[in-house]
Design a protein around this ligand. Structure first.
Ligand code: GLA
Length: 652
């Protein structure tokens, strides 16, 4: 039983406590750099991140912690609202614009992969400058007020050639990628010796924005070596990574990808509590994080253009947040697989990814707002106490005058201006060709020539990777690929030249085929039952110096201009240089180069029908445009102010 005075005492005590909580909250709000999520209204979660930005310099001791079922940042509750942008898929001149848009959408964290194959194109030759200046990208994110989650691989998947691994690893015929095979981990160690010291000072506890680092990528879907993930974890720790470590896997890979002492997170498209419960069954009482919520999907040549409905994205994002989880939008902005860097898929059939990595993401390939952006921004503005930043201005696009190529050189004539071909009794695959200071050829095309004296069936018992056009005395006979395994070579008189032009269409980036990604002619090629011998092999990687050699060799475009050939024209640009989209109507298959830079591949089978040409790659006045066309010229190249992405298909 309680007396009246006892009740009063109790009421006073409760009032006192309430006052203490209110004063406590005010003190926390005033003095701590981090505002708590949930010190606000009941019901819908509310967040205030105005002080929780990397440029605030408070004493940093604790970093991001996975404590109980929540993240804590410097001891205060925190939710990751992240978005992926890959610096290597966006011209550096646009990094800031895209990051400001990520912030303006209401997100607080940037995630990015780091592609090993771009940073170490040849063994021991590193590049961390220009568009590959990952430190500048991370620092820029910090300056804009974003935290960063780094995904340094070494394998990154990401629809990127060989999942980001350098092709020279495949010179070793016993190579076992993504395992503790000594040839692999030695190379990883040497790369990490260069990469990790660059990012160590950018970690949270050293005053930088990096709050977490991912160990490898979706290892559970590969899962070939139980010692590998612990090795990569140690490789990061040994070199000074101290922030929270994470793994990320899809549902089926969770058990294989899990590493002791590392926070497991999930990748998904469709959210449901069963998946979340499953994740929690691995690590009771840990925060739930969706590291990849797929906002769209990638496309492959010959397939449909994938679309994910904006309202479906909103339903998933809001349920993830309502369930108390953190998330990262993969992709917030996809960008472009410039050059020959696209990956490929090979489950039942081989399918190469297209040049655009638009991904139907929150921003378009060219960085423009989409309905998904506005819906997300509106939604986040109802959750976040402070007004969201102003929207960065739209970037106008141009449709320049169409270009009619004036000059031409056939591939056969171009060969005369190249290095001497490599002579070899048997075919040699790209990676093992003795070019690039012993690092082999990584990307592009490779041409094998030999003499034949009879007709018959041309076929490869091993493999032709990925698509070979076959010519006899420069006359096109047909092609061989994964589905067409052989060709009939017509009979002819005496000695004839057989030319096999093989395109590496992109190495597989996911699944168990990674070790089988050598390109060109793999093993022998037979005419009837005899293996062909005595090849001349031309490496056609089409780097900038290749076109410099061609500079004095062009002639006017003939009336009947067929491929394989290079077509050169001029794109005239006024004082204001803007982005544009190139449309190659009537052309069939090839690659476009602008002022020496490889924009990427085109192919009339779609779904991609325009190539994104970023304004910073142009200059006022005359811009050189070169098209390598395998088959038939379309005579003009149109420039448009909107992209066209072909027929659409909703991802289900
Ligand atoms: C996985 C990978 C990503 C990417 C997506 C599909 O989740 O982790 O790198 O390949 O699939 O876009």
């Amino acid at each position: 039983m309680w007396t009246t005075s006892g009740r009063r005492r109790e009421q006073r005590r409760k009032l006192g406590l309430l006052l203490l909580v209110i004063v406590g909250c005010l003190v926390v709000r005033r003095y701590l750099p981090l505002k708590l999520d949930g010190c606000g209204s009941l019901g819908a979660p509310r967040f205030n991140w105005s002080n929780m930005v990397p440029i605030q310099r408070w004493n940093r001791h604790l970093g991001l912690q996975a404590k109980d079922s929540e993240f804590l940042l410097e001891g205060s509750r925190f939710r990751i609202f992240g978005g992926s942008i890959h610096y290597f898929r966006v011209p550096r001149e646009y990094w800031k614009d895209r990051l400001l848009k990520l912030k303006a959408c209401g997100l607080n964290t940037l995630t990015t992969y780091i592609p090993w194959n771009l940073h170490e194109p040849e063994r021991g030759k590193f590049n961390f400058s220009g568009n590959l200046d990952v430190e500048a990208f991370v620092q820029m994110a910090a300056d804009i007020g974003l935290w960063v989650i780094l995904r340094p691989g070494p394998y990154i998947c990401s629809e990127w050639d060989l999942g980001g691994l350098p092709s020279w690893l495949l010179q070793d015929s016993s190579m076992e990628l993504r395992t503790t095979y000594v040839g692999f981990i030695k190379a990883v160690d040497l790369y990490f010796n260069q990469l990790i010291p660059r990012v160590v000072p950018l970690q949270y506890t050293q005053g930088g924005p990096i709050i977490a680092v991912q160990v490898e990528n979706e290892y559970g879907s590969y899962d070939k070596d139980p010692n590998y993930m612990p090795y990569i974890k140690m490789a990061l720790l040994k070199r000074g990574i101290v922030e929270l470590l994470m793994t990320s896997d899809n549902k089926d890979g969770l058990s294989g990808g899990y590493v002791e002492g590392v926070l497991a997170t999930i990748n998904l498209k469709n959210v449901d509590s069963i998946i979340f419960n499953y994740l929690q069954s691995f690590q009771d009482n840990k925060p739930t994080m969706v590291t990849e919520f797929w906002t769209g999907w990638f496309d492959t040549w010959g397939g449909p253009h994938h679309i994910v409905d904006a309202d479906d994205v909103m339903v998933s994002v809001s349920s993830i947040i309502q369930m108390g989880a953190s998330l990262n939008l993969y992709m917030f902005h996809g960008g472009t697989n410039f050059g020959f860097m696209n990956g490929a898929q090979h489950f039942t059939d081989y399918q190469a990814d297209v040049t655009s990595y638009d991904y139907d993401a929150i921003l378009t390939e060219a960085g423009d707002y989409t309905p998904k952006f506005f819906k997300l921004r509106e939604y986040f503005s109802t959750l976040i106490d402070n007004p969201l930043p102003q929207l960065p201005a739209l970037k106008p696009k141009a449709s320049y005058h169409a270009v009619r190529p004036s000059h031409y050189i056939s591939l056969w004539d171009a060969l005369e201006h190249m290095d001497k071909p490599i002579e070899s009794e048997k075919p040699v695959n790209m990676e093992n060709l003795s070019v690039n200071q012993g690092n082999g050829q990584s990307y592009g095309y490779i041409l094998y020539e030999t003499s034949i004296y009879e007709g018959g069936t041309l076929f490869s018992k091993d493999h032709i990777r990925d698509r070979a056009q076959v010519f006899v005395n420069k006359i096109y006979i047909g092609y061989i690929d994964y589905l067409v395994e052989g060709l009939t070579i017509p009979r002819g008189q005496g000695h004839r030249k057989l030319s096999i032009l093989v395109e590496n269409c992109g190495r597989v980036n996911y699944g168990l085929m990674l070790n089988k990604q050598r390109k060109g002619l793999i093993g022998d090629i037979y005419l009837n039952d005899s293996p062909l011998r005595n090849f001349k092999i031309y490496s056609l990687e089409m780097k900038a110096d290749f076109f410099q050699r061609l500079s004095s060799t062009w002639s006017p475009v003939p009336e009947e201009a067929t491929g394989p050939a290079f077509f050169r024209g001029t794109l005239h640009v006024g004082f204001i240089v803007l982005d544009t989209f190139l449309k190659l109507e009537g052309w069939v298959k090839g690659v476009v180069f602008i002022n020496g830079q490889n924009l990427g591949r085109f192919w009339s089978i779609g779904p991609q029908e325009t190539l994104y040409l970023p304004g910073p790659w142009l200059h006022p006045g005359e811009n050189e445009i070169i098209v390598f066309e395998e088959q038939k010229s379309g005579m003009i190249i149109q420039s448009m102010d909107t992209p066209y992405l072909g027929r659409s298909h909703y991802v289900d």
